[in-house]
Design a protein around this ligand. Sequence first.
Ligand code: FES
Length: 103
Amino acid sequence: MDAYRRHVLVCTGSFCSPNRQGRLLYSQLAALLQREDLLFGPDRVKRSEAPCLGVCGGGPIIAVYPEGIWYGGVTPELLERIVVEHLRDGRIIDEAVFHRLGG
Ligand code: FES
């Protein structure tokens, strides 16, 4: 089994995004990871949903590890940028970051 390069947590709870937009993002993430060839190989990404990440505002929230980057207010368009620019190309989208672990 290939090791995972990154782990993405998507909050699918109802407090940070009352319309539960996170659920839609979580399913879109699967298709985007497949499209960008990130399900296997050296840049393999693990995708998980979380019922709550403890922020409960400004969502939907997506956290990317090992960088410890948390993106807020994630739209489908921003999700696509996260997959392409961050997960595929390794460039953090600074203007969309609302929290950095340890920062
Ligand atoms: S419900 Fe999303 S952070 Fe709590």
